[in-house]
Design a protein around this ligand. Structure first.
Ligand code: SRM
Ligand code: SF4
Length: 518
């Protein structure tokens, strides 16, 4: 890493200092020792921060019970891998469960540090990795959840996503070249027509585009959410052939690693560097690093559809085969659910499963003749192929049950409230309601029709859990971010407010009203 004028050692924040003292990935060699001494005896920086380079997250809310964040490129797992993860949750996860995340990924909970070495051995045998999934690393790389099976896809992005992950993580071994970025980093590759990865909110996004009759990608850069600022990605004015995707990611990461701003963690995401330099200078620096000129962006991209949620039964591009999208309420899974999903994928499909950024699961490759039986499986009573209209599009971050940044409880409240609303309001169209427990925006309220961001408010002289309300997020074609329209609504007062919004903006009717008017 070179030191730029903006990044002199004197101005380094405490995170930059501890990264310089010892690379995050170094804890890989110490994991057996941590397991022996236990979490209470560990050095605090190793425990609270550096372990995240291995995907192991200390949870101050449940001290001693860690969270394990996997990497599942494009959200794809085999049934064998899911079974391994189910065994980990069942055997090692005290009060364990798992959550499907907003990056098509899985997080396991209730894990003890004593069990990590054994768990990592199991991961290795199963071809799984959790490396570099937290802190100043590149997060799980998202791709279309129906890549390779989508009847209307343009580019099958599965291999590309895997190759980018392999480049960044040295095929899961860990790669010191990219373990000291200025901040977290998100990459998405869309080969579909509906932008099913939320390209606009990634630091680098590839969207399909034709240039002179050749199919490749236009490149967007700098999209991010943070507590201080949220920005949609902007065009890099570059078009690349699929064969250049890995090299371009590498070049951008090197430029960001070596020149990204490090003084203030609230101003360290890629967009801040692009702001400081201007996109032209940034593009030139990337070209220099790449050792080649970038072609100008194609005039238009091929994102022409509204975003699909992939729930239900859909014919694949392979004749006679279908993918079946199951709705997993707020993404929460227990070990038994994971075993069942693995079994179902094997019995009815090809033994593959895929997660979506809406925190749901897809079973691909189900033949026409097996569909009826699959649809009768008891698990589908809870993980439905035709969920209730409002619950269908509900997304929620972790919230205060496990996350110490949270200002409110999210998942349980989100589910409880949506079921009450569903009983009282009839809505003919899905409304994408996203909950996020604090301004970090992991639940992506800015992409939602109605986004709910946790905050605190005063009510009757007391501090209570509340939300700021966002509206206007558009996904798919012409995606753009929603904005805050109401502030500090106490959660206890939220139901009538949401009812009004649904009636006024989404053509919903109060059920009582509907009955009296007929
Ligand atoms: Fe996030 C930090 C959970 C997607 C922005 N996020 C956290 C931590 C690690 C905080 C912590 O240590 O407790 C949360 C872990 C809680 C837990 O126990 O589960 C957490 N983030 C999540 C997940 C699990 C939410 C979910 O329920 O799905 C998502 C995991 C994705 C994955 O598999 O890797 C998750 N986080 C996101 C997204 C959405 C996305 O990527 O599309 C964002 C906004 C997009 C972005 O990053 O630009 C997001 N998370 C943040 C931020 C704010 C980043 C910033 O630049 O300021 C933080 C705080 C930080 O990094 O300092 C954060
Ligand atoms: Fe935690 Fe806040 Fe992210 Fe929710 S949005 S998971 S509360 S950091």
């Amino acid at each position: 890493m070179t030191e730029t004028a903006t990044n002199s050692t004197a101005t380094l924040n405490k995170f930059e200092k501890f990264k310089l003292e010892k690379d995050g990935l170094a804890v890989k060699q110490e994991i057996e020792q941590f397991a022996q001494i236990g979490w209470e005896a560990m050095d605090e920086t190793d425990r609270d921060h550096r372990l995240k380079w291995l995907g192991v997250f200390f949870r101050p809310v449940t001290p001693g019970k860690f969270m394990l964040r996997m990497r599942t490129p494009s959200g794809i797992l085999t049934s064998g891998q899911l079974r391994t993860l189910a065994e980990v949750v069942q055997r090692y996860g005290e009060d364990g469960n798992a959550d499907i995340t907003t990056r098509q990924n899985l997080q396991l909970r209730g894990i003890r540090i004593e069990d990590i070495p054994d768990i990592f051995r199991r991961f290795e045998q199963a071809g799984l990795t959790s490396v570099q999934s937290g802190m100043d690393n590149v997060r799980n790389i998202t791709g279309s959840p129906v890549a390779g099976i989508d009847a209307d896809e343009l580019i099958d992005t599965r291999d590309l996503v895997q190759q980018v992950q392999d480049m960044i993580t040295n095929s899961g071994e860990g790669n010191p070249a990219f373990t000291n970025l200025p901040r977290k980093f998100n990459i998405a590759i869309a080969g579909c027509r509906d932008n099913s990865v939320h390209a606009e909110i990634n630091d680098i996004a590839f969207v399909p585009a034709f240039k002179d009759g050749v199919l490749g990608f236009n490149v967007l850069v700098g999209g991010f959410f943070s507590a201080k600022r949220c920005e949609a990605a902007i065009p890099l004015n570059a078009w690349v052939d699929p064969g250049q995707v890995v090299a371009l990611c590498q070049a951008i990461l090197v430029v960001y690693r070596d020149h990204g701003l490090r003084a203030n963690r609230q101003k360290a995401r890629l967009m801040w560097l692009i702001d400081e330099w201007g996109v032209e200078r940034f593009r030139s620096a990337v070209e220099q690093q790449l050792g080649a000129s970038l072609q100008k962006a194609a005039e238009k991209d091929e994102i022409a559809w509204d975003k699909r949620d992939h729930i239900g039964v859909h014919a694949q591009k392979q004749p006679g085969l279908n993918y079946v999208g199951l709705h997993v309420p707020v993404g929460r899974l227990f070990a038994q659910d994971m075993f069942e999903l693995a079994r179902i994928a094997e019995v009815y499909g090809s033994g593959e499963l895929r997660f979506t950024v809406e925190q749901n699961v897809i079973i691909p490759n189900v033949s026409d003749s097996r569909l009826d039986l699959l649809l009768k499986e008891p698990l589908l009573e809870r993980f439905s192929v035709h969920p209730a209209t409002l619950e269908r599009s509900l997304v929620s971050c972790t919230g205060s049950q496990f996350c110490n940044f949270a200002l409110i409880e999210t998942k349980n409240r989100a589910l409880g409230l949506i079921r009450e609303l569903e009983a009282e309001v009839s809505c003919s169209q899905p409304v994408r309601i996203h909950w996020t427990g604090c301004p970090n925006s992991c639940g992506q309220p800015q992409v939602a029709d109605i986004g709910l961001m946790g905050t605190k408010a005063r009510k009757d002289g007391k501090t209570v859990e509340a939300v700021d309300i966002y509206m206007g997020g558009k996904v798919g074609k012409d995606a753009h971010l929603g904005t805050c329209v109401m502030k500090s609504i106490p959660c206890d007062d939220l139901k009538p407010v949401l009812q009004n919004l649904l009636v006024e903006h989404f053509d919903a009717h109060l059920k009582e009203e509907a009955v009296t008017s007929t």
